[in-house]
Design a protein around this ligand. Structure first.
Ligand SMILES: Cc1cc2nc3c(=O)[nH]c(=O)nc-3n(C[C@H](O)[C@H](O)[C@H](O)COP(=O)(O)OP(=O)(O)OC[C@H]3O[C@@H](n4cnc5c(N)ncnc54)[C@H](O)[C@@H]3O)c2cc1C
Length: 415
């Protein structure tokens, strides 16, 4: 990277130092490619999130750099999660038990960690490379696409000239709009997160509460290390706008009306303020690459609708974008088709994960459909075999195959 008083030149610029941007940086360092990563925040920073890291996060982290998960484990920054309880409206929980990670005894297949800690550990690891330059507190406020480079304007009036740009700005639409690929509102959800003490939920259990008032959406409780609880309410943006809802009021109202939550929250203490954020859901496929740029993580609309998870895809897409950037630099080919390879490769890896959500999400906005689904879950919660069958489905290598077997439905519904 070279510099004059107003312009910084770099081979690759990454905007955003969340899991997607940091993974791109770590992968670029692994390929000995000098780069610049900028973020509007100063770190460590809080990021509204459910803080649940499913087994795919462990897999993606280990594929990126095994030292990261080893460090999280060694420094006791994570809390193992062994069970999820889903409460349909009748208040009878459906239990799903997690098997040990890769069959290793005592190693949980899911964990929780606050994003304050998680992103900081990632940043510390990223900064161990001589190939990275990190600018925090640096907001990008404009983009100009030139044939020979991409020019980025910073809030303090500097210019960054990048041969390749990786956009990893999470659910902030502004940079995407400069590139003409803003996220449509119909593909968004919105969430608020509060930290609490004294909820009395077991540390190894996460809880999800469903109700027709919240559909499409849910109320989540995640235990964190040190006796803290992350509590999230996530709702469809379309619903919030249509019904003119205030998320904080919906949160407090739901707790007051729900018999289980009311007791839980009676003695609980909130730590700090509620924080809110959008979620860009993977519903409609949109372009995530173009002349000299690629988009990774949430900005690419990669959050899975059914689980609400986005971190595994953020790590994977950041890594894949970095590889494509290094390829463009080594061949000198910055054409549109070069970066389209990233998009094709990514969707061939994870595109199938979005099929069910694409179908269900619009349907869940119809009250009779969401009520029927909740009624069905009420029924399942009372069935003796539900818990084991759902666990088997979760761990089935080819779930489609199991779902095509009539015997599965017989055991679930009648057996
Ligand atoms: C309420 C809620 C609950 C969730 N729960 C879970 C969960 O339990 N598990 C899970 O896997 N996922 C969850 N997600 C999704 C998860 O948070 C995201 O998938 C993940 O943060 C994506 O990482 P990212 O790097 O793409 O973006 P982010 O982590 O959002 O990082 C983007 C970065 O870009 C920076 N930035 C933005 N604009 C600019 C700009 N103009 N200039 C410079 N910097 C900029 C921001 O400061 C930020 O640091 C949840 C999301 C929400 C909102």
């Amino acid at each position: 990277m070279t510099e004059n008083p107003v312009t910084i030149h770099t081979k690759v610029c990454i905007i955003g130092a969340g899991p997607a941007g940091i993974s791109a940086s770590i992968a670029l360092s692994g390929l000995a490619t000098d780069h610049l990563i900028v973020d509007a925040s100063t770190f460590p920073r809080h990021k509204p999130c459910g803080d649940i890291m499913p087994s795919q996060v462990i897999r993606e982290l280990n594929a990126l750099d095994p030292e990261i998960f080893a460090r999280l484990n060694r420094e006791n920054r994570i809390n193992p999660i062994w069970h999820t309880l889903t409460y349909p409206p009748n208040g009878k929980p459906i239990h799903i038990d997690y098997l040990p990670f890769n069959g290793q005894e005592g190693v949980a297949g899911c964990f929780s960690v606050s994003r304050h800690e998680f992103d900081q550990i990632l940043i510390e690891r990223m900064l161990e490379s001589p190939h990275v330059r990190f600018e925090q507190g640096c907001r990008i406020t404009g983009i100009e696409q030139k044939p020979e480079a991409i020019l980025l304007k910073t809030e303090d009036n500097r210019t960054i000239a990048a041969e390749v740009l990786i956009v990893a700005t999470g659910s902030n639409n502004s940079v995407l709009k400069f590139l003409g690929i803003g996220q449509p509102k119909t593909d968004c959800a919105i969430g608020i997160r509060g930290h609490f003490r004294g909820l009395g939920v077991k540390p190894s259990v996460t809880e999800l509460f469903l109700d027709s008032e919240l559909m499409p959406g849910g109320f989540y409780i995640t235990p964190l290390p040190g006796g803290l609880y992350n509590v999230n309410l996530v709702l469809s943006l379309e619903k919030v706008k249509k019904e003119n809802l205030n998320l904080r009021e919906v949160f407090e109202d739901f707790v007051q009306k729900h018999p289980i939550l009311k007791t839980r929250f009676e003695k609980a203490e909130r730590i700090g303020n509620f924080e809110g954020s959008m979620l860009f859901l993977g519903i409609h496929k949109k372009p995530i690459s173009g002349h000299r740029y690629m988009v990774a993580g949430d900005s690419a609309g990669l959050i899975e609708i059914m689980s609400g998870n986005g971190i595994p895809q953020a790590i994977l897409s950041g890594k894949m974008a970095a590889r494509q950037a290094a390829e463009a630099l080594s061949t000198g080919d910055f054409s549109f088709s070069q970066f389209a390879l990233y998009e094709e490769g990514l969707f061939s890896r994870i595109g199938k994960n979005y099929t069910a959500g694409r179908f269900f999400y619009p349907a869940l906005h119809k009250k009779w459909i969401s009520r029927s689904i909740l009624g069905f879950l009420n029924y399942l919660a009372r069935r003796p075999k539900t818990n084991d069958l759902l666990r088997d489905l979760l761990y089935e290598k080819q779930p489609g195959k199991l779902l095509r077997k009539p015997s599965f439905y017989y055991k679930l519904l009648l057996g």
